[in-house]
Design a protein around this ligand. Sequence first.
Ligand SMILES: *Cc1c(COP(=O)(O)O)cnc(C)c1O
Length: 466
Amino acid sequence: MEKALADFQSLAKQLLADEKVNPMAEFIPAEELFDRLDLSLNEEGIDDETHLEKLKELIIATPRTATNAFFNQLYGGRNEKAVLGELLAVLLNNSMYTYKAAGPQIGVEKAVIQKVVDIIGWGENAGGAFATGGSMTNFMSMLMARDAANGKIRFQGVQQKMTVYTSIESHYSIPKNASFSGIGRDNVRYIPVNKVGEMNPEDLDKAIAKDINDGFTPVLVNATAGTTVLGAFDNVEQISAVCQKYNVWMHVDGAYCGSVIFSEKYKHFLKGLEHVNSFSFNAHKMIGTPLTCSMIFVKDKKHLRDSFANEAEYLFQTDEDEFNLGKTSLQCGRRNDALKFWTFWKSVGTKGLEKLVDHQFALADTARDYIKNHPDYTFYSFDDSISVCFNYKKVSPQKLCTALYEKEKLMVSHGTFQENDFVRFVTINGQNKHEDILAFFKTLEAFVDENYNELVASKSIGETCE
Ligand SMILES: *Cc1c(COP(=O)(O)O)cnc(C)c1O
């Protein structure tokens, strides 16, 4: 094992040194990948030195998500303390289903969940669970909502017409989860949004009333805290009033920006959270832990057991269910995603989490100020968001983002809101400084100015974002 750890150190050192000089990895077109890199698996193995050489080639060629050139998705940076926790979790390799198999790591997970519940202020019946991502925590919310509406479904399957509600700007996991849960994609109602991308509560009310009239059972309203493109916050308070009126489960998908709960300055975006049934967020987004670190919280933890507990005599042999977290999980074997968050949180305190969140909003303010003061930009998004959407000199955003990637300048993606296509720049990497944000614009401008004719020549449809 010592040799493997020494190899890791050596590879890590080389990667970090190379990232300093080259914030972007070399661009390899997908169709050339298997010619450019030796990814073959063969009958015979190779000697350790060649093996190390192959690994080095591979990591050097891999897209860099921790540098100040990566703004492509809703994560980025390399949170050192969290990486340390993650490496230890790999070394320890516990499975988080039982106290017997994970011991104090169960306490780590419980401590994280309890502290978040305390911060939300949900009281002693509240609980939570980790899952493999925000799509899966949304799935858990839908299953709990479905089972809360009709406890027989666990046994008999879905036999009634059920509906779920989410805004047209919400994450694509909602329709996927509707198909997984037996509710059905056709029974997802997409509620219109206002000018700033927030779900319209009156339209929600009307949609629910109509469905009830048509013989459907509404089971879930999904509100979003940080929509994937604009970073908009649905109005939790107003939506929760509609949910209470019709007695429908309300979930808040905070995968992107739910971490505002840690900030005195920004937690008001989630005003009304005390009225909802469940809430989820990804620490691998705003908190910057390694992927993945996703949690769901429920105001009444009985729903976790109602939907996810199963007896398994071969597995759950000792200790109370409170310490056998497999009883409240989608999974059986489950990696330890809590330790990285705990390691970081323990180091910086809740005040450190708050500082990190506030810094991302400050970086977004810097980006917005810059754009608003430079007439060559068109601005599309809104204050109070860490997504900053714009176009530069009317260049097609699809074309620009693809060219910046292929020419190894910047990784940034584009999005669409109500007929407009634009570059979506996210200030989610809390390790960036204000200079890094300004450097992004300088790099983009220099690139456009050098390649202007090529960029405006013809339009192409680029990749989509998450
Ligand atoms: C990222 C995101 C998700 C999905 O989370 P994963 O961890 O990528 O599965 C869900 N909802 C929103 C609003 C997101 O931004």
